[in-house]
Design a protein around this ligand. Structure first.
Ligand code: PLP
Length: 458
């Protein structure tokens, strides 16, 4: 690429593109990093500089970039057809993929409803959960509310924001949102009950049970990110918590919606996080890793019990009146099939165990750092929470942008990471090698040290 073209791209990015979750005033004053190519765990910018992709291109990439089998699946599907609708028609890849998902999902999840991204997948789960009770033969029309967790993130559309619990992102939109009942999440490092695991015996579950009991007659569903509240800063729930939540949902006749958008497809070490505790939700939302990080696609899976309530004569109008233009897109489904096949042929899940063990060990070195308050990890999902003062757990004010500064330093050393506030995040592609993980850990350590200890910022 000519230098003049590179310059034009930079100028036009600043002039025309509005970047998500980005203060554009700052962005316009800086030089954008423009990615042109990728291969394996590496991304390359328009100047030919290479970077390790430390967050899997926003938690989507699984087998690395330019994976031969995924490229070929797409090319082969393009030669047949790129898009046809699922409204009134079907298409080959969407049927095959639905079967493969039903086979691999936690038991009982046998129906697949497609959409385009995690947020729409959640909207669909909410609408199915709501409509289910409206037309349930048992007469439960009062069950219209949703319970979700403090610190939850389920996406950016209005329904998913209504379930969200991150004030910085969500509180402004309150007048637009439906009211969801919020319960505290098990953020053990900053326990709202001021207890310690395991001697607490997960007392936080009592609060959840109380809300469920009190609102059982008016609650449609409980929504949870199983095992890891990702966008809140990789908050890992204590072992057994998810299973107990499942039991409570059953006891109080509340549907359980598992949001596996971030945790699905091997990130936590199992195909789906629910499997760690042998949990089968009533609805499960998947996206991100579904296509190996190639194309936008989501699916909302549900059980026969839920699905059956939508069956009836046409003029009973029990139909689920919902559908997006690109639902079941054949290109997305074809690459998702190839993605799942790679999980089998390359035995990806066994490989993750070794990598997760390595990372787990390597991360212990961060525990002793002066400004690292808490290191949390599950599988290949890692959050390192930086604090001003370890003894009091005093957080850095967000205005100090400590996480961003760590990211900027890491970028100079060849690692792309994107923090969540004061939490430094690592979520490498599952295909990252041990050497690449070692390099990521080393640069992250160096970056944290530089920003929190070597500079005057600490
Ligand atoms: C748990 C969870 N749910 C939903 C979403 C929303 O997904 P999308 O950004 O594809 O709309 C995300 C995105 O990060 C997520 O982490």
């Amino acid at each position: 690429m000519e230098d003049s073209e590179k310059k034009r791209l930079e100028d036009n990015d600043r002039r025309y593109v509005w970047h998500p979750f980005t203060q554009m005033k700052e962005w316009e004053a800086a030089t954008p990093l423009i990615i042109e190519e990728g291969s394996g765990t590496y991304l390359t910018d328009i100047y030919g500089r290479r970077y390790l992709d430390g967050v899997s291109s926003l938690w989507v990439n699984i087998h690395g970039h330019r994976k031969k089998e995924l490229d070929e699946a797409l090319i082969s599907q393009i030669k047949k057809i790129s898009h046809s609708t699922l409204l009134g028609l079907s298409n080959v890849p969407s049927i095959k993929l639905a079967g493969m998902l039903a086979e691999r999902a936690p038991s009982g999840l046998v129906r697949v409803f497609y959409s385009d991204n995690g947020s729409t997948g959640i909207e669909i789960a909410v609408k199915i959960g709501f409509q289910f009770w409206q037309q349930h033969p048992g007469g439960h029309k009062g069950k219209t509310k949703f319970i979700s967790l403090v610190n939850a993130y389920h996406g950016d559309t209005i329904g998913s924001v209504s379930l969200g619990g991150i004030d910085l992102f969500h509180s402004l939109f309150k007048p637009l949102l439906f009211n969801s009942l919020k319960v505290s999440s098990p953020y053990c490092y900053r326990c709202h009950l001021d207890l310690n695991y395991p001697s607490c015996f997960m007392a936080c579950l009592d609060g959840i049970e109380q809300i469920m009991k009190k609102h059982s007659d008016e609650t449609a569903a409980f929504v949870i990110e199983p095992l890891v509240q990702a966008a809140a800063g990789m908050i890992v729930s204590p072992p057994g918590f998810l299973k107990k939540v499942r039991d409570l949902c059953t006891r109080y006749n509340i549907l359980m919606i598992a949001d596996e958008v971030a945790t699905g497809f091997g990130r936590t070490g199992c195909m789906f996080a629910c499997e760690h505790e042998n949990v089968s939700p009533d609805l499960m939302v998947i996206s991100k890793g579904l296509t190996g990080g190639y194309l936008p696609l989501a699916a909302t899976l549900t059980t026969k019990d839920v699905y059956d309530v939508f069956l009836g004569e046409y003029d009973e109008f029990k139909t689920f009146f919902h559908g997006h233009s690109y639902t079941g897109n054949p290109l997305g489904c074809a690459v998702a099939i190839a993605n799942l096949n790679l999980f089998d042929s390359e035995d990806v899940l066994s490989g993750i165990k070794e990598k997760a063990r390595f990372l787990d060990e390597r991360l212990r070195a961060f525990d002793g750092l002066q400004h690292v308050g808490n290191v949390r990890n599950k599988g290949l999902m890692v959050g390192i929470e930086l604090v001003m003062d370890r003894s009091t757990k005093k957080p850095y004010p967000l205005s100090r942008r400590i996480g961003t500064k760590v990211g900027i330093f890491a970028r100079k050393k060849g690692l792309l990471i994107r923090p969540l506030g004061n939490v430094v995040v690592l979520m490498p592609p599952l295909s990252a090698t041990i050497n690449e993980l070692e390099a990521m850990a080393k640069i992250t350590m160096d970056s944290i040290l530089d920003v929190t200890e070597r500079s005057c910022l600490s």
